[in-house]
Design a protein around this ligand. Structure first.
Ligand code: CU
Length: 212
């Protein structure tokens, strides 16, 4: 507990003293960097499957409800597809089972989801996010996968505690969220007993190398 507090204090101090290199790197990684902040799930009534997990964890596509290991303060983009035509949605809960109001919905169309899902699981990818929409993805080298069709979705900047329920097989959804220590699980609120997995958040982020 003390450790955690002191680390937080260190982070605050680092930010205050202008250790902005780290901050810029995070922003860069969000819309241009490695695929480590990208999560790709398949929503199925018996459980979520993962095609891409954060932090380079291996996604088998067959393990049900794999844990999401996140770094505190890092922003992730999560895209998922309705895999079975049943109603599903997405929320992140704390240990008490409260839905956390941390999700920023992004527009995405099926083609873009397919492009994202077509990238190799350990391939580095960048997402093109423009005006609240995921508009394209480039894998590895810049192979210009820009599909500039804007599927408009409301409220840039508005955070929600749960996403809309989507019921059509093949329908897709995308959200962004920034990992915080209170996050404990991800869940479909229609199937809270089967579609639920752990979220673990490692505090400190990139501040592990305090060699001052
Ligand atoms: Cu569900």
């Amino acid at each position: 507990m003390t450790e955690h507090t002191s680390r937080r204090r260190f982070l605050k101090a680092a930010a205050a003293t202008g250790a902005l290199a780290g901050l810029n790197a995070t922003v860069l990684a969000q819309d241009g960097g490695a695929g480590e902040q990208l999560v790709v799930l398949d929503g199925l009534t018996p459980g979520w499957l993962a095609y891409r997990l954060p932090g380079g964890a291996e996604a088998t596509g067959t393990d049900q409800n794999p844990a999401l290991s996140l770094q505190e303060g890092t922003t992730y983009t999560l895209v998922w597809v309705n895999g079975d035509g049943q109603p599903h949605n997405f929320a992140i809960q704390d240990e008490q089972g409260e839905n956390l109001e941390v999700l920023r919905p992004l527009g995405i169309d099926r083609d873009t989801y397919q492009q994202i899902n077509g990238t190799g699981a350990n391939e580095s990818v960048s997402l093109d996010v423009s005006e609240g929409n995921v508009t394209g993805v480039s894998a590895g080298n810049e192979s210009g996968g820009m599909a500039g069709n804007g599927t408009t979705v409301g409220g840039d900047g508005e955070l929600v505690a749960q996403t809309e329920i989507i019921s059509e097989e093949g329908a897709v959804q995308a959200v962004q969220f920034t990992a915080s220590a209170e996050m404990a699980s991800y869940i479909c609120l229609v199937h809270p007993n089967t579609m639920v997995g752990d979220v673990t958040v490692e505090s400190g982020g990139g501040a592990g190398n305090d060699s001052s």
